[in-house]
Write a protein of this length. Structure first.
Length: 346
């Protein structure tokens, strides 16, 4: 969303100018506010635009709904008033207009201060203005009212991970995953929170691994076993994410990076079985991304140098060369072709 933020802010500015003109006209005798009976229709229309992420039109519709509610004398639903103010606050939040977002959030809070969305937005605003402690308390308040609120668990996990409270981060990421079993799409998010939580959980495991690497002492056998298990868990989680969302590029790239590390560790094992296992990992990499030249080169080297399979090695080197022509790779191809011809003659 940040890429088109300048365009969005320009459209929002135009929308606000229109609102000012409308409100100015309504200050005269000839133009009246919409009747309260139309408030629900305006808010419904705002929801439709919001679902399409047409935020300027959504903002106008919610404003019309709010104007109708405030000008009317009927018994308009408090829930509708709350919803409209929260939506307006959220629109302002996503346009980086923090002051306006807070104004409407405070209006929503006067209607229902314990509403989970009120706490959620307050936490996001606090987080973005650098008040991490206030953000944590707000997200905890969300969960106190709704323990199954996946987004709040995810956001708490991110905050705890940032302060290296890894145990707490893991617990909240797992809760986010547990409470988003259907992987529901959310406005303004590229992927569901259940998948984002899995990605961050894998990163948290890696953070723990890195923390152990900087310890100024020998690791115990139990710690080493734990670390190996964490690495495997991280890979498994990312494989699950990519299976659910192949278009989630960030997760796929991170998985490929971890697989390269795993394959390298297996190669350094120096045993024939380890090379077989490393080969399997490199095959996973090129399945995930058929343009991974380095993986094809390693496949070729393992087949040629360790598994004595020059024909398979030649196939891998040719794929690498097709992706990225290189003199060294061409030399390997020519050598293997000559060796295979000599083998046929014999």
């Amino acid at each position: 969303m940040r890429k088109w933020l300048p365009y969005f802010e320009a459209v929002m500015l135009i929308a606000l100018i229109v609102l000012i003109v409308l409100n100015t006209k309504r200050g005269g005798a000839t133009v009246d506010s919409p009747p309260a009976s139309q408030a629900e229709a305006f808010i419904k229309q705002g929801d439709e635009y919001f679902a399409k992420q047409d935020l300027p039109k959504a903002l106008l519709a919610y404003w019309e709904g709010i104007q109708a509610i405030e000008a009317g004398t009927g018994n308009t639903s408090q829930a509708s008033r709350l919803h409209a103010h929260l939506r307006v606050s959220e629109i302002y939040f996503h346009s980086n207009w923090v002051g306006d977002a807070e104004i409407h959030l405070n209006r929503a809070a006067t209607i229902n201060p314990d509403d989970p969305t009120v706490h959620l937005l307050r936490g996001k605003l606090a987080r973005d203005t650098g008040d991490q402690e206030k953000a944590v308390q707000a997200f905890l308040a969300v969960i106190a009212n709704d323990p199954k609120y996946a987004e709040a668990h995810y956001l708490l996990g991110v905050l705890y991970q940032g302060t290296k409270q890894f145990k707490e981060a893991i617990a909240h990421y797992q809760k986010a995953i547990e409470n988003d079993p259907d992987l529901i799409d959310v406005p303004f998010e590229s992927v569901p929170f259940g998948l984002q939580a899995r990605l961050q959980l894998s990163r948290t495991y890696r953070n723990i691994l890195q923390a152990y690497q900087f310890l100024d002492r020998e690791l115990t056998a139990e710690e080493q076993t734990q670390l190996v298990g964490l690495e495997d868990k991280g890979i498994e989680i990312l494989e699950e994410v990519v299976a659910h969302a192949p278009e989630f590029t960030e997760a796929k790239e991170e998985l490929i990076g971890l697989l390269y590390g795993q394959a390298g560790a297996l190669r350094r094992g120096g045993e024939e079985r380890a090379y077989d296992e490393a080969l399997d990992v490199y095959e996973k990499i090129v399945t995930l991304d058929p343009t991974e030249v380095d993986a094809f080169l390693w496949i070729g080297q393992i087949y040629n140098s360790f598994l004595q399979d020059p024909e398979s090695a030649l196939g891998a080197y040719k794929k690498a060369y097709a992706l990225e022509p290189d003199s060294m790779t061409l030399t390997e191809i020519k050598t293997l072709e000559r060796d295979l011809e000599e083998m046929e003659i014999e």
